[in-house]
Design a protein around this ligand. Structure first.
Ligand code: 5GP
Length: 250
């Protein structure tokens, strides 16, 4: 059965519509080889959040996962997910081709190691949309991973969002709410949490996290570059022999 697409299709339209790789030099316009891992219970608003942030921050690329779940209506192989059979997925696991993989709501999902090739492109960061099991595996293996958990404001709001989506039966909604509670209770290891109450605020928070992490990553190279520039203008020994008001050497 072909179900209507929710979520990921939109994310991939973004990467299709021009992955946001910038050529500028500010933290807003270029990535630093970081991996941003975003998790959220179903209905947490992660899809819209990622789409908006990718529209506004350059240098972000989305990692396309492998899954054994059938495509929903509107989803395209190789753009939304790589849709593979359970056998193909198992072979990939056996060959050690995944950075991480997990079973989520009865289907298998995995981030292929070759997705990391994107990081070889200059000025790029990678966005991973994975569940909390996957996030933990990524953190264990990749020290540049930044883990961000997106929370719905309350169980009531989450329930309303799931009902409004109109995709699930009442039983599935109950199941999703129970899974959400489990995921939230396991989200302690994340570096950041964002409560997605008002979308525009959540967008600003996620952008702020990305830009701050980029600044942190760049701090040493920026210092090195600035020292070089100062030396070019003033010479290596600039300031030698100078002292402050108390006679202490600067
Ligand atoms: P959906 O089938 O609704 O697109 O995604 C279901 C869940 O699977 C979401 O929580 C999503 O974050 C998670 N997911 C998607 N891709 C991956 C992946 O590569 N690895 C893991 N661990 N989870 C994934």
């Amino acid at each position: 059965m072909c179900l209507p697409a929710v979520g990921r299709g939109e994310e991939l339209h973004i990467s299709r519509g021009g992955e946001s790789v910038g050529s500028g030099s500010s933290s807003r316009s270029r990535g630093e080889g970081l991996i941003f891992v975003i998790s959220s219970p179903s209905g947490g608003g992660k899809t819209t959040l990622l789409r908006k942030v990718m529209e506004q921050v350059l240098g972000l690329r989305f990692s396309i996962s492998y899954t054994t779940r059938p495509p929903r209506c509107g989803e395209e192989d190789g753009k939304d997910y790589h849709f593979v059979s359970p056998l193909v997925f198992r072979k990939m696991v056996e060959r050690g081709e995944f950075l991480e993989c997990a079973e989520v709501l009865g289907n298998h999902y995995g981030t292929a190691l070759h997705n990391l090739d994107i990081l070889q492109a200059q000025n790029t960061d990678l966005l991973l949309d994975v569940d909390s099991q996957g996030a933990k595996h990524v953190m264990e293996r990749m020290n540049q991973a930044v883990l961000i958990f997106v929370l719905p404001p309350s169980p009531q709001v989450l329930r309303e969002r799931l009902l409004r989506r109109g995709l699930d039966s009442p039983e599935t909604i109950q199941f999703r709410l129970a899974s959400a509670m489990k995921e939230i209770s396991e989200a302690h290891g994340y570096h950041y949490t964002i409560v997605n109450d008002r979308m525009e605020e959540a967008v600003e928070e996620l952008k702020a996290i990305i830009l701050a992490e980029r600044c942190r990553k760049r701090r040493d190279s920026v210092l090195k570059q600035k020292i070089k520039e100062w030396e070019e203008v003033h010479g290596k020994n600039y300031g030698r022999g100078l002292s402050d008001k108390c006679g202490k050497p600067l």
